[in-house]
Design a protein around this ligand. Sequence first.
Ligand SMILES: [Fe+2]
Length: 241
Amino acid sequence: MIIEPIPCFETNYVWLIYDEVYKNAVVVDPGDAKSVLQVLEEKQLSLKTILITHFHNDHIGGIGELKSTFQCEVVAPEKEAAHIPDVDRFLHEGDYVSLGNIGKAQVLETPGHTLGSICYYLSDLKVVFTGDTLFSLGCGRLFEGSPAMMYHSLNRLATLPDETMVYCAHEYTLDNGRFATSVLPNYQPLKNRLEQVKQLRQNHLPTLPVSLGEEKKTNPFLLAKNVTEFTDYRKAKDHFA
Ligand SMILES: [Fe+2]
């Protein structure tokens, strides 16, 4: 199984999952149809399923065009039904989405960035798609949820196995790392990760995926000891230059 990013807009990654034998594909959060269609055509893939983590336009903007081209199934959080077009199936905590030979995705409700945000955990592949909930070295802004909500959502994700690879929807890692360093100065695991991130970005490579174990060691939002500390970090990050 292959998982690759399709970059779009300034910082988004649409994640593409496919197998080279059957040529079936799944995409996560296609904000833009054009860049996705181009890659699907290049690789001669047939799009079967679109997974949506939340309703923001940079995650859903490509749904209509992709669906009319491939007649694929679109799945999205029930709680955001009013904001997402062309959805075939609405999802709740604990639901599973069958992805054919790619496996199955378990739905985890992770409110905070938006109230309906969900993540998709594929235990067979040991990967999780976290949308704008968990970023490498950071987390999503709290547009709708409370700090307590996001704190619990992140801690929920942190209970997945350490070897789980985290695929988030934005390349924010370098900026997140600057903030992380301001709250965890002289912390060697973070310095090591940041060095690796800088190298990757200098070579124009994605900093993702990253293992959950690495994030649990270096992401201040996962290291926060309680809701109060999490809230302080989140507020400080919102105003970090
Ligand atoms: Fe978002």
